[in-house]
Write a protein that binds this ligand. Structure first.
Ligand code: SAH
Length: 220
């Protein structure tokens, strides 16, 4: 199926989703335009395709979830993405967040710890024509090869801010990361100025855990 046809499906549902996000205070027009365009239903398990435009997280396999659309919007707005911004995403999952960033004109790098999820995300991104650089691995240590980044977005929750991610931010760069315990977290929006950091907190989110060297300890 062509990209056009895929975008044609669920058009009114997608518009409703974006209007809800707008009504909840998200203002970045470039972001809202991207959310209107990217076919979220291609990034969810076929079993949940009818629910792809609900404002909820949905399972994507390996006990992981695609984030709720409102959460994607809040995090992306906080990143202050501009055309050509270099963005690192930790936790590719379905690839939906990466697609939104690419649609906004960012140069996207993304890391996922489950190869199964990464393979399916890569297929979806490729099918839609998004050029995203990705690898399988532990994102808690960042991706130093391509640093520094204008923005780093972590889509899983950590107990503390991993130092390598702060180190890999450009001057003026922004790190968006959920911090908290396993059940609830707050979004930390951390802006780097020279070697100082300015943190703003947005309360009340729930993410799957960030598992790795500088995150929660886990197996697999
Ligand atoms: N951004 C994704 C959301 C996926 S949920 C989307 O748009 O669908 C968060 C993802 O983070 C999960 O797929 C999980 O496997 C991954 N993850 C957890 N810890 C990680 C780590 N240390 N490095 C890379 N990915 C990690």
């Amino acid at each position: 199926m062509s990209e056009l046809l895929q975008n044609g499906r669920f058009k009114s549902e997608r518009k409703e989703m974006v209007e809800l996000i707008r009504s909840r205070g998200v203002k970045d027009e470039n972001l809202l335009k991207a959310m209107l365009k990217v076919p979220r239903h291609l990034f969810v398990n076929e079993l949940f395709i009818g629910r792809a435009y609900e404002d909820s997280a949905l399972p994507i396999g390996m006990s992981q979830t695609i984030s709720q659309p409102y959460t994607v919007a809040v995090m992306t707005e906080a990143l202050e993405v501009k055309k050509g911004s270099k963005i690192l995403e930790i936790g590719t999952g379905s690839g939906y967040q990466a697609a939104i960033l690419a649609e906004m004109g960012a140069k996207v790098y993304t890391i996922e710890r489950y190869v199964e999820l990464l393979n399916s995300a890569r297929k979806n991104l490729e099918k839609l024509g998004y050029q995203v650089v990705s690898k399988c691995g532990d994102g808690t240590i960042g991706w130093s090869e391509f640093a520094p980044y204008d923005g780093i977005i972590v889509t899983a929750a950590a107990p503390d801010v991993p130092q390598p991610l702060l180190d890999q931010l450009a001057d003026g760069g922004i790190l968006v990361i959920p911090i908290g315990d396993i059940d609830t977290q707050n979004l930390h929006v951390i802006k780097k100025f020279k070697d100082k950091f300015d943190t703003r907190v947005i309360f009340g989110f729930r993410f799957v855990p960030l598992i790795g060297k500088m995150g929660w300890q886990g197996n697999g």
